[in-house]
Every structure is written in C-alpha cells, then in structure tokens.
Write a protein that binds this ligand. Sequence first.
Ligand code: ZN
Length: 275
Amino acid sequence: MKPVVIAVAITGSVPRKTDNPAVPTTPSEQIESTHAAYEAGATLVHIHVRNDDETPSSDPARFAAVQEGVRRHCPGMIIQFSTGGRGRDQAARGSSLDLAPDMASLSTGSVNFPTIVYENAPGLVIDLATRMQQHNVRPEIEVFDLSHLHGARRLVDSGLMDDRPHVQFVMGVQNAMPAEERLLDILYGEMRLLLPHATWTAAGIGRNQAVVMDWALARGADGVRTGLEDNVRTSRDRLAASNAELVGLAAEAVQRHGRRVATPAEARAALGLRP
Ligand code: ZN
C-alpha cells in the first residue's frame, strides 16, 4: 500500500485561541507547533496567518516568516498556504502566492459556512489558479460541494491546471456538506470520472475528524488531514494539547489501517512536487 501523507492544519482562520489556547497564532508559535507536528509524522503543513490582534491576515511578510522557519526546521516538509476567504479581503487572498510555496489551497466554488457565504466567484477562482500556475504552486482543490469537482475539471480543460491536482473533500462544516460516508462514496466516484489522475485526501471538521479519516483510509486515500484548524478536541471532553498530539492520533489511525506514514520525500513524490 502507498504511504500516507499526513497534513496538519495548524491554525485556521476562526479565532480558536479562545476555544483552545494551544492554537498557534504568531509566526514563532506556528513554526514551533509545525516542528513538533513534523516530528510526530506530518509531512504537509497548511498555513493561515494572523494579525497581532489574531484576526486573519493576508500579510505576505507573515507568510514568508512562517515559510522560512518551516523550511529551516522541517526539512522536506510540504508548505501549503491557504487562499481561503474567511475574514480576508478578497483581492488579497492570492497576495502571498509569489512567495512560491509548494502548494496552496484553492476553492473552486462558493458554499454556505456557519454564519457567512464562503464566496469564490468564478473570476476569483480563475485569478487564483492563474497566479498558482505562474509561480509553479500546486493546487489543493478544496471540495465543499460536488459542483466544486466540476469547477476543478473546468480549470484543467482551460489549461490553468494540470490533470493531477490534489483534491481534499471537506465534510462536516455546518451548513455545507455533512459528514456522511455515502456522500464520500459519491464524491470519490465523481472525482475518479472527472479527474482520474488526481491524488486525494479528506478533512472532517470538529468531532467528525476521526471518522472521516477512517473512511478515507479505508478507501485508499493518499493523505489524511488533522490539526487544530479543524478540531480543537481529541474527544468530547478534552482539548487537544497540541497539533502534534492530533498528528500522533492520525499516525495511529494510519497504522490501524495497515498502512504507514509517508516520509517527506515520499510525500513530495506522491503529490508530484520537486524533491
Ligand atoms: Zn484552512
């Protein structure tokens, strides 16, 4: 069986520090938290940055600081910037792509979130995909709805993306797609038709994290995702101590499914990234 890429989403854009003080928000906290997660087996880090008041930031200097620290302390780890929209000026969402991270998240359509519309208008999607292509940044397609797979296929057809993107199914966001195993089967089947060469992973939000991970591993996913962005608890009654603790639980799930955790070199090869 192919080794499994563990992605860690260290921070997110919702002000979670109030929910769990272990959420890293300054660049130095983020680098330290990523390093501990790397030691625990994570080979991909998904990064949002924050302003000093902990609101979401698009400041390229902050992205650069985290990228530099992770490159220095976590050799080979895949660096993925979020281009997600919550709390950020739409026009600034792609402003850090010229730092040429290995990857960036790309949402190919809009969807309702708990209290807002997560807006990804067609023009914005094309603009972000164009910038990613210009800077040789591999996209991770964030699928919050079935139509987003078709949005990804349109980018391939228009030459803005190669035909083997990394696809992430996001389940359990309130007002978006529920975490239901039958829905993962539908999404997976549609992906295999539209993007037969894609690699894939799945993220379960909140208390859905562990069960979505199990469904993905049972279906031979290339990766799993964990981290305090998605889930601040290890169980109903206990806060996670760190991103590294959540990565440790993911590594246990990988082993339970008879698979092993990818090394950084294996993770890069699996996702089509330069060594
Ligand atoms: Zn994110």
